[in-house]
Design a protein around this ligand. Structure first.
Ligand SMILES: Nc1ncnc2c1ncn2[C@@H]1O[C@H](COP(=O)(O)OP(=O)(O)OP(=O)(O)O)[C@@H](O)[C@H]1O
Length: 256
């Protein structure tokens, strides 16, 4: 089992003196190589789930396991990628991709070789000497993915990596990420507000309730071409799956 949440509850202390329960009694498993998305209303605890997987927060109750081991703090098993690329502006692209390897003490030669391989895989060969400001938003996100993959984590966590992009770039990037991730065989957890994106990219979707977030539905996406969202996009079932999530979230009742 690559990732497992067992009865996880997370509370945060607030200024009012009351504890705020962000998620309550969340249990799920993600198999090795599986791509799972988490959708749910704003503030229902999606980012908290990722932060606990990365070991940034400890659960108030229950446990989080990565590769059968309890997560007790930040660790090398998990790679994180956020909506904002967080590339270092003063380092060129290959320097950014090498950053995590450098922090782990990988010597210069193998470090460069590994970074160049990831850049190739993320379709950025030829841009290694560019600086982040010289790349488009989509290219910067691909560089951030290369950096995440370069340290060879067992699990990749993606926190809305496409939400700041225009619609067309988003589609192309979803496709390129899906292919790269499938090739790498990495277990992936994606947080998204975009229901279609969840259907296009996932093997399985977890639907969370409003805060305190708990799992209200688990939807297996029984469609081919997980590595090619652009091909999935034209399948009529995509709309049906999105409709199913829509109903679980009771979005119609919330329309103003
Ligand atoms: N470090 C923290 N301290 C106190 N409260 C927190 C902390 N982190 C998150 N929360 C609270 O926990 C709840 C869940 O937040 P979280 O960011 O996980 O939700 P989310 O589903 O990712 O939200 P969104 O979809 O809006 O990004 C929110 O009410 C938030 O204010």
């Amino acid at each position: 089992m690559a990732l497992e949440f067992r009865g996880v509850t997370k509370q945060f202390a607030t200024n009012s003196g009351w504890d705020l329960t962000a998620i309550r009694d969340v249990t799920f498993k993600v198999n090795e190589g599986e791509f799972v998305s988490v959708v749910g209303p704003s503030g229902c605890g999606k980012s908290t789930l990722l932060s606990m997987t990365a070991g940034l927060y400890q659960p108030t109750a229950g446990e989080v396991l990565v590769s059968e081991e309890r997560v007790t703090g930040p660790n090398d098993h998990v790679g994180f990628m956020l909506q904002k690329d967080l590339l270092l502006p003063w380092r060129n692209i290959v320097g950014n991709v090498e950053f995590g390897l450098e922090a782990r003490g990988v010597p210069k030669g193998p470090r460069r070789e590994r970074a160049m391989r990831e850049l190739q895989r993320c379709h950025l060969a030829g841009f290694e000497n560019h600086y982040p400001y010289q790349l488009s938003g989509g290219m910067r996100q691909r560089a951030a993915l290369a950096r995440t993959l370069a340290v060879d984590p067992e699990i990749i966590l993606l926190d809305e990596p496409f939400s700041a992009l225009d619609a067309q770039t988003k589609l192309l990037l979803q496709d390129s990420f899906a292919t790269t991730i499938a090739e790498s065989g990495k277990t992936t957890l994606l947080i998204t507000h975009d229901l279609a994106e969840a259907v296009l990219m996932s093997d399985r979707i977890l639907v969370l309730s409003e805060r305190p977030g708990s799992i209200i539905a688990e939807i297996k996406v029984d469609l081919p071409d997980r590595a090619h969202p652009l091909r999935r996009r034209v399948m009529p079932e995509v709309g049906e799956y999105a409709g199913q999530i829509f109903r679980h979230l009771k979005l119609e009742e919330k329309a103003i």
